[in-house]
Design a protein around this ligand. Structure first.
Ligand SMILES: [Zn+2]
Length: 380
């Protein structure tokens, strides 16, 4: 029997090895988030005999947070840690079976292309070096990591636009989106970004959950808290990340907020609005529809047909960022969901939904914001 070696004790890693003695039946389980029952994110390194096809079984896939996420799902693998392509997998009898042809002796395997805290540090450094950017540390997380905010543009600008990503740390496409969004805003040769920045200042939190990201969590921070249920009553004890960002939002004001996520099951990009808030009006609905329609025109990877069911009137959970912000600030606030799998309208067999497509979708958001920004606060 050929054995394999599996390791995940690194930035963002997550897997438990049950039995790695047979490369035709490597038994694995995903670890739960700390102090929580959520799990789905996995990321590990596998070392075995070059040239063989290794067969992995993630035995507890069926008990994960979103079992529907495994239907028609393929994990990503990389030999160079830069290009992440899909590997063949099937979900049956509650387990995810993955086949990995070993072109080289060592391969990295993940739920979606990882965005490590190391890359996060690089993103902060790159942003700081650009003109017009101020990096502010809002405070510390439970594990002692920095809550990073990037201010892009003039704080006296008329429109205050917030973008936050990765409240759920396993949704790494959210930070690939942030990466593209920030790069587009900082492009000094981009007339749309420059024109938008004449009227708007951006407050960007590229990673809302650095502890969960480093720990390899799906959904919670180091304390087991789901940050996107904390916005009404955040606390430094349970949810310092939300507490600190919300405090800053109240200091700056908010005219638009984009909260970026990934959805485990749905093979679409879509926006969830805030129809359930108490102050929802037809005018607000029109602005939301205008924004979504513009995005769809700009980028065929975005669509408006499929998504979450429309929330009934007065049903909002103000623990959710977009609902809290929309109600408190009377502004456009949206939750963007991207797929882990792929968009079924435009499939890419080799890469599926990817870092590049997430970044390109973010670039389209800059165009869409440019189109609608003067309607963000009609009374101003
Ligand atoms: Zn999410």
């Amino acid at each position: 029997m050929n054995s394999v070696r599996v390791h995940s004790n690194f930035d963002g890693g997550n897997i438990r090895v049950i039995d790695a003695s047979d490369d035709q039946r490597v038994r694995l389980q995903i670890e739960r988030d700390a102090e929580s029952d959520f799990f789905q994110w996995f990321y590990f390194r596998l070392n075995a005999t070059e040239g063989r096809t290794v067969k992995l079984i993630i035995e507890n896939a069926g008990q994960s947070a979103y079992p529907k996420g495994w239907d028609n799902y393929q994990p990503v693998i990389s030999f160079d840690r830069k290009t992440w392509q899909r590997a063949a997998a099937t979900y049956r009898d509650g387990a995810l079976h993955i086949d990995i042809p070993l072109n080289l002796s060592t391969v990295w395997v993940a739920y979606f292309a990882p965005y490590s805290m190391q890359l996060h540090e690089d993103l902060i450094a790159r942003s700081c070096a650009a003109p017009g950017v101020v990096h502010e540390v809002l405070g510390n997380t439970a594990d002692g990591r920095a809550m990073d905010l990037l201010r892009i543009g003039d704080p006296g600008a008329r429109y205050k636009i917030w973008a936050i990503g990765r409240q759920h740390p396993g949704e790494t496409m959210a930070q690939w989106w942030m990466d593209g969004f920030i790069d587009r805003l900082l492009d000094r040769c981009d007339a749309t970004s420059l024109a938008l920045l004449e009227n708007a200042v951006f407050y960007v939190v590229p990673n809302m959950n650095p502890d969960g990201s480093y720990r390899g969590h799906l959904r919670t921070n180091a304390l087991g808290t789901n940050l996107n249920r904390e916005w009404q009553f955040p606390s430094l004890e349970r949810s310092p990340e939300v507490f600190l960002v919300r405090e800053k939002m109240h200091a700056t004001g908010v005219d638009c907020c984009i909260d970026v996520h990934g959805d485990e099951a749905l093979p679409y990009n879509f926006i969830a609005g805030t129809h359930g808030i108490a102050s929802w009006t037809d005018e607000r609905e029109q602005l939301l529809e205008q924004f979504k329609t513009r995005l769809q025109q700009l980028n065929p990877d975005f669509q408006t047909t499929h998504g979450y069911p429309r929330a009934p009137a007065n049903s909002a959970n103000y623990g959710i960022c977009s609902s809290y912000v929309a109600e408190q600030f009377g502004c456009l606030a949206v939750t963007l969901e991207m797929p882990f799998k792929d968009t079924i309208d435009r499939t890419d067999v080799r890469y599926g939904w990817s870092p590049e497509r997430s970044g390109n979708l973010a670039r389209s958001f800059v165009d869409a914001l440019y189109s609608i920004h003067t309607a963000l606060r009609p009374s101003a």
